[in-house]
Design a protein around this ligand. Structure first.
Ligand code: UDX
Ligand code: ADP
Length: 453
């Protein structure tokens, strides 16, 4: 068996690159792992006590490895590390294109291309380049073409090793993954990367495939997961008008071992940096490759999600009507246990509430309010509260948008007198106990539950 690679560089210190490299360094003390990013502030944060990513368990992993065999460097220092790297991961953002061919759907590969150029300029000898970011199928062709122009006679192999971690459980997912996927064209480079993962992942969980299958499998996995959420959310609307309860329906459906219980939680709509972007990319690929029927099928998963968000905000606007008043928004993150709000349902819902002339006050234990408003394009009308009591005080409606654990244990009996009489709690995550609310003499409107008030 070949020895382990000695040096790994990862370009991109984001939600994927940072935690993934921290776990590799932690589990492989013999490998030097360097994470490089052009965002100097982000690198400084990775080198500080206040990491740029909030993720349970991440601090401890970084503390064990940082300065030992895990290093975070800016672009100039990082460039030097590329020369003798055995493996270089590309872990940069691949957002949806906003202009040019495929705008609004296709993935924008400009950051990936600039990484490939950076590698071509600085790498020496033979290097394995690993796609970690989610790429459209056949993206490796583009990377290979750029690498081939390197001026130093270097040789390259390209592998696809998409990440399946979910934010909020990233460390658990990385330390104990369901599977690690490595796609490539030749067995030798696949074996080099597999030898790294085998340091802590059982060999039977390491799946190897061709390059194109690996690229497409990642898009497919995210599309399937999102499709489950849209399926249960579609049913939630029917439950609300028939008296069926969506959690009960989900429990029955999910207890079929062919279906399984996970990812059947009705919600205010899925968010996160991956689902929408990856499905749009899949839709574009289907259209581009001449299968519009498949494109229309996947597009519907997104359309349903947009409708679910709109439907939720509409209920609040209808109730408050001309009375206006304050809406207390609980949660801005796209799910619990992360400070990430990319594509969070809260963005569209807050915008819609503000457009209807409502006052919006928000509370989230981890999300940076100013960054949220900037990303959401919200300039005025919304303000932050720093505690649950504060956000709820004087509210005419409460909107629960993230399932943070602390929202489950709110003492509603104590809160009730502070709310405007007649306040309805709109539970977009079904985390609030209906009976407690009814006991407190309040009204609740949960996703997928008939409104009995
Ligand atoms: C997802 C994939 O799970 C992960 O494998 C991939 O690597 C990246 O994309 P992530 O976006 O971090 O991970 O979170 P995930 O747990 O998948 O949740 C996505 C969204 O769906 C969240 O807004 C979540 O609240 C929502 N969701 C999830 C539901 O509304 N109901 C569910 O049952 C599950
Ligand atoms: P993800 O969720 O996929 O990790 P993020 O946006 O959190 O995405 O992180 C991507 C990171 O990649 C950002 O910190 C960004 O600054 C970095 N990045 C983008 N392009 C380059 C590049 N050419 N060189 C180095 N870093 C880059």
């Amino acid at each position: 068996m070949k020895p382990l690679p000695k040096k790994i560089v990862c370009i991109g210190a984001g939600y994927v690159g940072g935690p993934t490299m921290a776990v590799i360094a932690d589990r492989c003390p013999a490998i030097e792992v360097t994470v490089v990013d052009l965002n100097a502030a982000r690198i400084a944060a990775w080198n500080s006590a206040q990491l740029p990513v909030y993720e349970p368990g991440l601090d401890a992993v970084v503390q064990r490895a940082r300065g030992r065999n895990l290093f975070f460097l800016g672009q100039t220092e990082g460039a030097k590390k590329l020369a003798d790297a055995d493996l270089i991961f590309i872990s940069v953002n691949t957002p949806t294109k906003t202009e040019g061919e495929g705008a609004g759907k296709a993935s924008d590969l400009r950051y990936v291309e600039s990484c490939a150029q950076f590698i071509a300029e600085h790498a020496r000898g033979h290097t394995i380049v690993v796609e970690k970011s989610t790429m459209p199928v056949r993206a490796a062709d583009t990377i290979k073409r750029i690498l081939a122009q390197n001026p130093h006679g270097g040789t390259f192999e390209v592998l696809s090793n998409p990440e399946f971690l979910a934010e909020g459980t990233a460390i658990r997912d990385l330390e104990s993954p369901d599977r690690v996927l490595i796609g490539g064209e030749r067995p030798e480079p696949i074996e080099v990367l597999a030898s790294v993962y085998r340091q802590w992942v059982p060999a039977e969980r390491i799946i190897t495939t061709g390059l194109w299958s690996a690229e497409l499998a990642k898009l497919a996995a995210n599309a399937f997961l999102a499709q489950r959420v849209s399926s249960i959310n579609a049913l939630s609307a029917l439950c609300e008008v028939t008296g069926a309860q969506v959690d009960e329906v989900a429990r029955v459906v999910g207890s079929d071992s062919r279906i399984g219980p996970k990812f059947l939680k009705a919600s205010v709509g899925f968010g996160g940096s991956c689902f929408k972007k990856d499905i749009l990319s899949l839709v574009y690929l289907c259209e581009f490759h001449g299968v519009p029927e498949a494109a229309a099928y996947w597009q519907q998963v997104i359309d349903l999600n947009e409708w679910q968000k709109r439907r939720f905000a509409d209920k609040i606007i209808r109730q408050l009507g001309a009375k206006k008043g304050k809406v207390a928004v609980l949660g801005l993150a796209f799910k619990k246990d992360t400070n990430d709000f990319r594509e969070s349902a809260a963005i569209d819902i807050c915008r819609q509430l503000l457009a209807a002339g409502l006052e919006v006050v928000t509370y989230d234990p981890q999300v940076d309010f100013a960054a949220f408003c900037q990303a959401a394009g919200i300039a005025k009308g919304m303000r932050p509260a720093h505690a649950i009591q504060e956000v709820l005080s004087g509210a005419s409606a409460v909107a629960v948008l993230t399932e943070w654990d602390e929202f489950r244990s709110i003492d509603w009996a104590a809160v009730a007198p502070k709310l405007t009489p007649g306040t309805v709690i709109y539970d977009g995550r079904n985390v609030i106990d209906l009976q407690i609310i009814q006991k407190a003499g309040m009204q609740i409107n949960s996703v997928g539950v008939q409104n009995i008030n």
